[in-house]
Structure formats: structure tokens, C-alpha cells
Write a protein that binds this ligand. Structure first.
Ligand SMILES: NC(=O)c1ccc[n+]([C@@H]2O[C@H](COP(=O)([O-])OP(=O)(O)OC[C@H]3O[C@@H](n4cnc5c(N)ncnc54)[C@H](OP(=O)(O)O)[C@@H]3O)[C@@H](O)[C@H]2O)c1
Length: 279
């Protein structure tokens, strides 16, 4: 009898599997013919961070998990939820956890610690700002409206492509040699937000400007889109990670994958070609 190729392979659970990084991880594993399950509120079965009763069903027959916390690893309660989830996962037979974290975020360290304490083989992906924030998240509407207002002053950020994060995550979930690694993931180039807006303008074929705003102004703008307590925390997080601490490159992508990271220009051209920035 011919054995099914995936018969002996246990499932990889991808939390946030419909999000910017998670859906790319799902695509990579599926393309390799590996069994993969989306862990999100719209998954089947559904996964909800705030409802631990939903955890066991998604963890059934799972060996590896890509852990993405929502809305942000630095939020109050995140570390406790991750600790509790990681304990359930390991108890249920999970042997490998790959955590998406943020670079230069003290608030994310407790969540990282929870994964490192779990007893599973772990890998931490400390990521810079995602390029895709401009095309698949909260900066999409500002780009479409030709004005990106942020409390980022003139600081430079090494924007990282979610495709690179997904490549590293897929490698850490399926290959040997990544256990116990903390990968700081950056793009290959530092750009100020003004320069990023310039790249987007070039790719989109019209002027999109960056406008530095005060933290107070930004908090009030954010509060129109997200719950007030999230707005204050997110604003605080932006101010801290954009204070210059992250204005240097790291070799995380190269170290994990043996190749350089994708450049912002290529990201911007690709995003513009999808029409996402068209008005
Ligand atoms: N953006 C950045 O620049 C940046 C940088 C460093 C680190 N990070 C970290 O990246 C993480 C977010 O990852 P991402 O950007 O790949 O995801 P994302 O695009 O923000 O998507 C969120 C994902 O989580 C799911 N989700 C939302 N609420 C949920 C809930 N209550 N319970 C379970 N699942 C839920 C969503 O699916 P459903 O809607 O189907 O539930 C979706 O799959 C955060 O922890 C953040 O700290 C972000």
C-alpha cells in the first residue's frame, strides 16, 4: 500500500494564520505539502486568545506552532496568555514553538520568556516594523489619502518584509538548527519615514508625504480607529521603538536563511503592482 506523503507528518498550527505574517507562513508550508492549520477566530475550528476553551481543539495532533499574539505582544495580559497557551500546547504534545516578537520592545520580553520556559524547542523572531504596515494594515488608508502622519520624527527604521519573516518562520518550524535562536529581523537598509514615503510615491506614481506629528496628536487620531486603551498603549509603543534604539541593521535574516533580506524598493514596487494603493 502506498503511504500518503503527509501521513506521518504532524500538523503545524499557525496562529494569526490569516494575518500579514501568518498567512504567508501557511502558504509556504502548504506549498511544501505539509499539514497546516490556521489558528484564528475565522479558522476551523476557531481559535480565540481570550477563550482558552478554544485552544485544545486547534492543538489536536499539532507538533509545531507559530505563535502570533493579537493585538500586540506588549499589551497587558499578553505574557500570561502566551504562558498559559504554551503550557497547554506542550502538555498536548507540541515540541516546537516559534514566537513572533518585536525588536527593542521591553514589553515583549515577558511573552518571550513564557515561550522559552515552556519546555518546547523555541525560536524567537524579533522583528522590525513590517513593510506591509503600509499596504495591509493601519498605514494603508493614510497612504491612499497621500499623507502618513506618525510620531516618528526623523528616525530611521530598517523595515522588514513580511515575506522574509515568513521564510524565517517556515524554516524555524520545519528545519533543524533554529532551536534556541533569537533572530533580530531587519531589512537591508535604514529608511526614515520620509524616505519610505518617497519610495512609496515613486512606486505608486503620485506624491505620498510623511508628516511628523506629536505623540498627543497621534494618540487622538488613533483613538478614532481603535479602543481608547489600545490607542494609548500603541502610541506609547510607537514612541518607544521609534526613539532611535532600532536605527541599526542586524543580520537575522541572513543568519537564519543564508541570504540577504528583501529591500523596501522591491516591496513598494510589488505592493503598487497589486493596485492596493490606487484610489
Ligand atoms: N506590524 C509590525 O510592524 C510588527 C512589528 C513587530 C512585531 N509585530 C507583532 O506582530 C503581531 C501581529 O502579527 P501579524 O501582523 O502577522 O498579524 P495581523 O496582520 O495583525 O493579523 C492578526 C491575526 O490575528 C488573528 N486574530 C485577531 N484577533 C484575534 C483573537 N482575539 N484571537 C485569535 N486570533 C486573533 C487574525 O485573524 P482573525 O481575524 O481571523 O481572528 C489575524 O490572523 C503582534 O503580536 C505584533 O506585536 C508587529
Amino acid at each position: 500500500m502506498t503511504k500518503d506523503m503527509t501521513e506521518d507528518q504532524k500538523t503545524t498550527l499557525v496562529l494569526g494564520g490569516t494575518g500579514k505574517t501568518g498567512r504567508r507562513v501557511v502558504a509556504r508550508l502548504a506549498a511544501r505539502g505539509l499539514p497546516v492549520r490556521v489558528g484564528s477566530r475565522s479558522g476551523a475550528p476557531p481559535f480565540e486568545w481570550d477563550d482558552p476553551a478554544t485552544w485544545a481543539p486547534v492543538l489536536r495532533d499539532v507538533e509545531s506552532v507559530y505563535v502570533v499574539y493579537h493585538p500586540d505582544l506588549t499589551m497587558p495580559g499578553a505574557a500570561a496568555a502566551i504562558r498559559s497557551f504554551a503550557e497547554s500546547a506542550v502538555k498536548g504534545g507540541v515540541r516546537r514553538l516559534v514566537l513572533l516578537s518585536g525588536r527593542g520592545e521591553e514589553g515583549a520580553l515577558a511573552g518571550e520568556r513564557a515561550v522559552r520556559d515552556s519546555g518546547a524547542a523555541w525560536t524567537i523572531l524579533r522583528s522590525s516594523w513590517f513593510c506591509q504596515n503600509f499596504s495591509e494594515d493601519f498605514l494603508l488608508e493614510p497612504v491612499r489619502a497621500d499623507e502618513i502622519a506618525l510620531p516618528a520624527g526623523n528616525v530611521a527604521e530598517p523595515f522588514v518584509d513580511a515575506a522574509d519573516i515568513a521564510d524565517v518562520a517556515a524554516a524555524a518550524l520545519t528545519e533543524d538548527g533554529h532551536a534556541g535562536q533569537i533572530y533580530e529581523l531587519t531589512g537591508p537598509r535604514l529608511l526614515t519615514f520620509e524616505e519610505a514615503a518617497g519610495e512609496i510615491s515613486q512606486a505608486a506614481g503620485r506624491a505620498v508625504r510623511y508628516v511628523p506629528v506629536t505623540p498627543e496628536r497621534y494618540a487622538s487620531v488613533l483613538a478614532e480607529h481603535v479602543p481608547a486603551e489600545h490607542a494609548a498603549l500603541l502610541c506609547d509603543l510607537f514612541i518607544r521603538v521609534l526613539d532611535g534604539r532600532n536605527a541599526h541593521l542586524t543580520d537575522g535574516v541572513e543568519r537564519a536563511l543564508g541570504r540577504p533580506p528583501r529591500d523596501f524598493t522591491d516591496y513598494a514596487r510589488g505592493a503598487a503592482a497589486t493596485g492596493v494603493w490606487d484610489r
